[in-house]
Write a protein that binds this ligand. Structure first.
Ligand SMILES: O=P(O)(O)O[C@@H]1C[C@H](O)[C@@H](CO)O1
Ligand SMILES: Nc1nc2[nH]cnc2c(=O)[nH]1
Length: 306
C-alpha cells in the first residue's frame, strides 16, 4: 500500500480550494490568524467589520463539538489590523484525525496569514502559578507526538514545508517579548508567566500521578490543544505565539479535594476575558509584517480601548 492511502490529511489542492472559496467572499486579507481556546471566544467578538462563516458551511471544515467553542471563522479588523479568527478549535478527543484538526492552519497560510496567535485553557502544574495567570508559551512537550501521532506524519507536500521541520524555534521570541512589554504597559505583570505547555490527547483530565510526572518532565501547564496547530503552522512558515490561561490548578496531592472540570475552565475564561482581549489586541496592533497591508489611519492606539 502506498503510504498516501493511510494519510487522513487534505491535499494542497483541497486546502487551496477552501482558501479560495473564502477569499472569493471576503475583501479582508488577514496577516494575523487567531485561535480562541475554551471559553475564550470573546476575542472573536472584538473584531470590527465582521464577515463570519459557520464551520458547517466551509468546504472540508470539521465541526466544533465542544461547549465553549462556537464554531465560526470570523474575518474582521482588530485595532485596524486585518485578522481572521477561529471562534472554536478542534481537538483530538473529538475523534477527528490529527490532520483534520490542524487543517485550519493550512487554510490560514493560504489566506495570506503570516502570524498565528493561539490561546488555550490549561491546568497549572507549576506550583507558583495561580488560577487566572496567563502563561506565555516558550516551548512545548508533545506527548501524542512521542507515540507517533503527529499531524505532519504521512506524505510531505513541499509546497507547505520541509519533511523535517525544526521546532527549537516554535514560539517566536520577539512575540514573547512583545507580550511581556504590552502586558507591563497594561499593568498585567503580576499574572504574566512564561513556561512550557504539555499537550495530552484528553478528554479525561489527568490523574495525580500523571500531573506529578508531567511536572517532573518540565511542564508548567497541561492541556489538550495548540501543539498540533503550532507544528503545522511552523511547518508552513508562519510565526507562532501562544498563551495559556491557567483555568485550574492541576491536582498534585492525594489529600486534595479539588476536581478538574470543564465548567471551572469556562468560568475562569470569563473572569480573565477582558484582560486577555486587551493583551492580544494590543499585540496585534504592534506586530510588524513584511507586507503590511493595513490602513494605519484606522489604528486605535489607545492601549485601554478594545
Ligand atoms: O481548546 P482548549 O485547549 O482551550 O480547551 C481546553 C482543553 C479541553 O478542550 C478543555 C477542557 O476544559 O479546555
Ligand atoms: N489536560 C488538561 N486540559 C485542561 N484544560 C483546562 N484545564 C486543563 C487541565 O487541567 N488538564
Amino acid at each position: 500500500m502506498h503510504p498516501e492511502e493511510g494519510n487522513a490529511g487534505y491535499s494542497y489542492e483541497e486546502c487551496r480550494a477552501t482558501a479560495d472559496w473564502l477569499l472569493a467572499q471576503v475583501d479582508i486579507r488577514p496577516l494575523v490568524g487567531i485561535v480562541c481556546g475554551s471559553g475564550l471566544g470573546g476575542l472573536a467578538e472584538m473584531l470590527k467589520d465582521q464577515v463570519a462563516f459557520n464551520y458547517k458551511d466551509i468546504p472540508s471544515f470539521p465541526q466544533s463539538t465542544v461547549h465553549g467553542h462556537a464554531g465560526r471563522l470570523v474575518f474582521g479588523t482588530l485595532k485596524g489590523r486585518a485578522c481572521v479568527c477561529m471562534q472554536g478549535r478542534f481537538h483530538l478527543y473529538e475523534g477527528y484525525p490529527i490532520q483534520k484538526i490542524t487543517l485550519p492552519m493550512r487554510i490560514f497560510k493560504l489566506l495570506g496569514v503570516e502570524t498565528v496567535i493561539l490561546t488555550n485553557a490549561a491546568g497549572g502544574l507549576n506550583q507558583d502559578y495561580r488560577v487566572g495567570d496567563i502563561m506565555i508559551l516558550k516551548d512545548h512537550l508533545n506527548m501524542p507526538g512521542f507515540a507517533g501521532n503527529n499531524p505532519l506524519a504521512g506524505l510531505n507536500d513541499e509546497r507547505f514545508g520541509v519533511r523535517f521541520p525544526c521546532m527549537s524555534d516554535a514560539y517566536d521570541r520577539d512575540l514573547q517579548q512583545l507580550a511581556f512589554d504590552v502586558g507591563a504597559e497594561l499593568g498585567y505583570s503580576d499574572f504574566l508567566r512564561k513556561g512550557v505547555y504539555c499537550v495530552l490527547g484528553g478528554p479525561s483530565f489527568e490523574t495525580i500521578a500523571e500531573c506529578r510526572m508531567l511536572h517532573t518532565l518540565g511542564a508548567d501547564a497541561v492541556g489538550m490543544s495548540t501543539v498540533h496547530e503550532v507544528l503545522v503552522a511552523r511547518h508552513c512558515g508562519m510565526r507562532c505565539f501562544a498563551l495559556s490561561l491557567i483555568t485550574n490548578q492541576a491536582v498534585m496531592d492525594y489529600e486534595s479535594e479539588e476536581k478538574a472540570n470543564h465548567e471551572e475552565v469556562l468560568e475562569t475564561g470569563k473572569l480573565r476575558a477582558e484582560q486577555l482581549e486587551r493583551l492580544v489586541s494590543n499585540m496585534v496592533l504592534r506586530i510588524q509584517h513584511n507586507n503590511n497591508n493595513n490602513n494605519n489611519e484606522d489604528d486605535d492606539n489607545d492601549i485601554n480601548s478594545y
